[in-house]
Structure formats: structure tokens, C-alpha cells
Design a binder for this molecule. Structure first.
Ligand code: VJV
Ligand code: CA
Ligand code: ZN
Length: 397
């Protein structure tokens, strides 16, 4: 029943509440919700809104976020403001706010922000459950580091976990795939004791020359869930640790080989794909050297299996390239090909003008912006694939 592409293509839905754009983590914080404004503008300027069903989802409420998160954590999150925050408060620290790095600042409208992006992921999940669409997109979500009682790495509420929980009401097995440059630790941890969710993350892993591990520091190849054979989640996580500077050809091969094997073996009834754009070349926080079309080829690969799919955003810290990538990937979902010259009537054209090499075009060569030498040899990647295949043999068929 799966794998047959309907001649008219897939029915795609786009879940987006524009109020999410107006939230700010702070002026120099790398996470910029206005990258979503740019994304939406590009999607509209190419006319892609006519090829999808558009939804403006309501924000999620307290009880919906409580599907995953603790009440106490949510109460704190819902009440904290920049005005009443006490950075020395033990709860403030225990819940992951502030800190030296200020990864998770308390900003105006924080509760509204988390409710909006989670509401959009829930709306996407309901759309698949109701069979209203084959592919449901939420570029504002994908906050994969949040834990049930901890904010971490720019993430306060884990919309992915909540969307997967909804899918589990009807689907026996859900596959989660994560191509953000960071390890999808929050989603992996949330489902570590079940065999009904398989988590697969591709990410940068390693220690830099100052001795700091790349965030969050987990996700080596041997981390495949609990070792206890009585734990149902045993061997239902697969981590693909990658070094700096991986190129298009290597990543595409790695992704396709590993992901195809996981889908074939696990046979999921639905897939959630986190498409963090910080794995692109030239990303402010990332380390890889991928071009937009190589990143997008991962979406094509997953789409080709024809399973109900939620596509969500995530990281991405060079806003113009985030917008380009997610616009391209929206087109991949609907089966459209976009011309390289950006439409001239777009409101934010200047954001795509002052580019190193991408002035006025959709597909600049990001490999040329490389700041990271490729430390991945083909031999090392081949070994990594072999180890991944070996790990998969521990999963009960
Ligand atoms: O690396 C870290 C945290 C430390 C602790 C503090 N020391 C000094 C450094 C290491 C552990 N955090 C990462 C978090 C990345 C989150 C990625 C999220 C996603 O893409 O996976 C999903 C949405 C990190 N890397 C860079 C920064 N934080 C960073 C944070 C800032 C900043 C600049 C860089 C916060 C505030 C400001 N600038 C103003
Ligand atoms: Ca990842
Ligand atoms: Zn990331």
C-alpha cells in the first residue's frame, strides 16, 4: 500500500501561525524567529501557497503541553517574565534558564512563543491522523533538546515529542529522523523505553581544540538506547556522529544508505523528519558544508517511501539560507521545481542581496563559503555505515 506515488502528487499541508515571528530571544542571540518571516515570504513569492492547504493553528494549551512536560515546569514557564525572573532562584537554574551561555533566555511572550510552535506541530499531527494530508509541514517547530522538566539549547517545550505522542494514538511504529547539525537528544530520551518510536539522528560529534564537546555532547555511534535487554526501547535509537566539513556527496550517500535500511527494517507507519538547517555550509553555529539541494535530497529520500510524514524545522542560524532551504524543501514536498532567480516582487529581497555569492538567487554555492575543512574521509564514513548496520541487527524485527 505504501511507496506508490499518486500521479497528482502528494497532498501537502502547511501549518503556520505568523504570531510566532514577533518573538525575540535577545538582539545577539543566534536563534532568530524572523527567519520564519523570510521563509514564508519566499514560499509565497514562488506561489507555493496554491499547491498546499494552509492552516493557521491555535496555540497549544497547558494541558496539551502537559502530555510530555511536568506540571511544575510548565507552571514556572507560564509565569516567568523578564520582569519577575530571579537568576539566582534555584528553580530558575534547575529548569535550565539563563546560565553562562544564556542559551535559554527568559524573554517577553515566551509562553506564547512555545504554545504557538507546539500548536503548529499538533495541528500537523492531527492532519495526518485525519488523513487530510500525506505530508504536513511546520517550519516553526523542531525544538528537539527540551526535556520534560528542563529547557536546553534554545528549546523550552519539545513539540516533536508531543506530535509523536499524538501519532502514537493511531500508529504502532513512528520513525523520527533528525538532520539538524545537533544531536536530537530530547526526542531520543523521551522515547528511550519504548519500541514504538525509533529515533535516528545525524549530527556533528566531537571535542574542539579547547576541549569543549560540540553541543549537546551526546550521540556517539555506540549510544543506541538502554542496554538492559528487558527494556523495550533497547536498540531503538541510532546515532550517526559526523566530523567537521562533510560534503554533499558524502552526506547524501550516508543519509540514503542508513535511512533506507532503517525504514526497511523498522517499517514505520508514520515518519517525523526534523530538518534543522544548521547543517548547511556557512551556518553561524554549524560545522558542515552542505548545499541546499543536498539537504533537500534527504527530504526527497524520505518522501519516496510514501509514509505519512511530518516535516518540521529546527536549528538554522544564517536566516537567508534557512529561508532558501525550507522554501526549496516545501517545493520538494509538493513536487514543484523552482527557478534559481528569486522572484523580484518579494518584500525582503534585500535580505538575499548582500550575499557572498548568492545575490538574488535561490541556490547559492554554500560550499564556497566553507570555513571548515572536511575531516571526514570516505573510509571513515564507510566504517561508520558498517557500525550503523551492525547496531541495527540488535533491533528485534
Ligand atoms: O554550547 C552550548 C552550551 C555551553 C555552555 C556554556 N559554554 C560557555 C559554552 C557551551 C553548553 N550551547 C549551544 C546550544 C546550541 C543549541 C542548538 C539548538 C538546535 O539547533 O539544535 C535546535 C533549535 C550553543 N552554541 C552556540 C551558542 N550556544 C550560543 C548561544 C548564545 C550566543 C551565542 C552562541 C546565547 C546568547 C547570545 N549569544 C547573546
Ligand atoms: Ca541531528
Ligand atoms: Zn541545531
Amino acid at each position: 500500500e505504501y511507496g506508490l506515488e499518486r500521479p497528482q502528487g502528494y497532498s501537502v499541508s502547511f501549518h503556520y501561525n505568523p504570531h510566532v515571528e514577533y518573538h525575540h530571544f535577545g538582539s545577539s542571540h543566534p536563534m532568530k524567529p524572523w527567519r520564519l518571516t523570510l521563509t514564508k515570504q519566499l514560499v509565497l513569492s514562488y506561489g507555493l501557497e496554491y499547491t498546499m492547504d494552509l492552516y493557521e493553528p491555535r496555540p497549544a494549551n497547558f494541558n496539551e503541553l502537559n502530555i510530555f512536560h511536568d506540571r511544575e515546569y510548565l507552571s514556572y514557564l507560564s509565569e516567568i517574565t523578564p520582569q519577575n525572573a530571579k537568576p539566582d532562584d534555584p528553580q530558575y537554574i534547575a529548569y535550565g534558564f539563563g546560565g553562562d551561555s544564556n542559551d535559554c533566555p527568559v524573554f517577553d511572550g515566551l509562553w506564547n512563543y512555545v504554545s504557538l510552535y507546539t500548536g503548529a506541530s499538533m495541528s500537523a499531527a492531527y492532519n495526518l491522523l485525519n488523513k487530510q494530508s500525506d505530508i504536513a509541514i511546520n517550519w516553526s517547530g523542531g525544538l528537539h533538546h527540551a526535556k520534560k522538566n528542563l529547557a536546553s539549547g534554545f528549546c523550552y517545550v519539545n513539540d516533536i515529542v508531543i506530535a509523536i505522542q499524538l501519532l502514537l494514538t493511531q500508529h504502532q511504529r513512528v520513525l523520527y529522523i533528525d538532520i539538524d547539525v545537533h544531536h536530537g537528544d530530547g526526542v531520543e530520551q523521551a522515547f528511550e523505553s519504548t519500541d514504538r518510536v525509533f529515533t535516528l539522528s545525524f549530527h556533528k560529534y566531537g571535542i574542539d581544540r579547547h576541549g569543549w564537546p560540540f553541543f549537546p555532547g551526546t550521540g556517539n555511534i555506540d549510544e543506541m538506547g538502554p542496554k538492559d535487554p528487558a527494556n523495550r526501547g533497547k536498540a531503538h535509537s541510532l546515532n550517526i556522529p559526523i566530523d567537521d566539513g562533510i560534503d554533499d556527496h558524502q552526506y547524501k550517500y550516508l543519509f540514503k544508505t542508513v535511512t533506507s535500511k532503517v525504514i526497511e527494517k523498522y517499517n514505520p507507519q508514520a515518519i517525523v523528519l526534523q530538518s534543522g538547517a544548521d547543517s548547511l555550509g556557512g551556518d553561524r553555529l554549524g560545522r558542515f558544508n552542505l548545499n541546499i539541494k543536498a539537504h533537500g535530497s534527504c527530504i526527497e529520500t524520505v518522501k519516496s517511501f510514501g509514509r505519512p510524514l511530518i516535516l518540521i524545522g529546527g536549528g538554522g542560524y544564517t536566516p537567508r539560507n534557512v529561508a532558501r532551504t525550507w522554501c526549496h524543501e516545501t517545493a520538494v514536498c509538493v513536487g514543484a521545481t523552482l527557478h534559481n532567480d528569486l522572484p523580484t516582487h518579494i518584500p525582503y529581497l534585500q535580505a538575499f542581496q548582500g550575499d557572498e555569492n548568492g545575490g538574488g538567487i535561490l541556490y547559492p554555492d554554500l560550499h564556497n563559503t566553507k570555513r571548515h575543512d572536511n575531516l571526514n574521509t570516505d573510509a571513515a564514513l564507510q566504517k561508520l555505515i558498517e557500525k550503523a548496520m551492525e547496531n541495527l541487527r540488535y533491533m528485534e524485527g
